[in-house]
Ligand binder design. Structure first.
Ligand code: ADP
Ligand code: MG
Length: 248
């Protein structure tokens, strides 16, 4: 038997390009005489398929970080990169276009348009995402059905429960098929049972491949994510989701 040629190692580690990353990111606020270091220089890599929770006490910098990841605020120093594109290198309009194409947002207060039905709230997002008019209605209905609201299409926000409103907001966030959903305290206005149901929905979306970054000050909610980061005084550390037993 002749010697087989040496196989090339199968497990050569490939550098995966993160979907979203920050490098030496700093955000300083100046308020009168006060200087607030909301984010100390920090680094974070978010990969395709991640379900990340960022937890920490109030004032630790969670929303500041999420706003920078969402390209709605600019850092004092450092970079936010979407794939390999440095956000600060783009002009305002290009950045807005990138945000529209790649990111979906979910907020604590739902931020739905009160005059519009659930279906119309989602259709607006589809319009912004460039969906042709004739496809919007069907697509909005599909998205709302996917979050369990097939029976609530023509309800306005005030005719929906808190949990149902957040489901509409999640359907809206999915409209542009975002690479990442950024959720700031998505369960913050909900009772604990409804909050758990919303996290179940986020978990289902993540299992289907959706990348999610969720900010919360609720440790029980945070532990449900695949990766847990704790923030304190503008710094961030990844921890084992089972380890912390309080945020203080
Ligand atoms: P968290 O979301 O974790 O509660 P934030 O990111 O909202 O924390 O805030 C971090 C710190 O930055 C806090 O000390 C907060 O008071 C301060 N801060 C946030 N936004 C502003 C702002 N626009 N101007 C001045 N200070 C701010
Ligand atoms: Mg906050």
């Amino acid at each position: 038997m002749s010697d087989a040629p040496a196989a090339t190692p199968a497990t050569k580690t490939e550098e995966r390009t993160p979907l979203l990353s920050v490098r030496n990111l700093e955000r300083v606020y100046h308020l009168g005489e006060q200087t607030i270091h909301a984010l100390r220089p920090l680094n974070l890599d978010i990969h395709n398929g991640d379900f990340i929770a960022i937890a920490g006490p109030s004032g630790s910098g969670k929303s500041t970080l999420l706003q920078l990841l969402g390209l709605v605020d600019s850092p004092t120093a450092g970079e936010v990169r979407i794939r390999n594109q440095i956000a600060q290198d783009l002009g305002r309009e290009q950045r807005a276009a990138l945000r529209l194409k790649t990111l979906g947002f979910v907020f604590q207060a739902f931020n739905l348009l009160q005059m519009l039905t659930a279906r119309q709230n989602v259709e607006i997002a589809l319009t912004l995402a460039g969906f042709p008019r004739r496809k919007r209605r069907q697509r909005a209905e599909e998205l709302l059905s996917a979050v369990g609201l097939a029976e609530r299409l023509e309800h306005r926000p005030l005719q929906l429960s808190g949990g149902e409103r957040q489901r509409v907001a999640i359907a809206r966030a999915l409209a542009n098929e975002p690479d990442v959903i950024l959720a700031d305290e998505p369960t913050g206005n909900l009772d604990s049972q409804t909050g758990r149901e919303i996290v179940n929905l986020l978990e289902d979306l993540n299992r289907a491949g959706q990348t999610i970054v969720m900010v919360t000050h609720n440790l029980e909610i945070a532990r449900r994510a695949g990766r847990l980061f704790l923030m304190r005084d503008g710094r961030i550390d990844e921890v084992d989701p089972d380890v912390p037993d309080s945020l203080d």
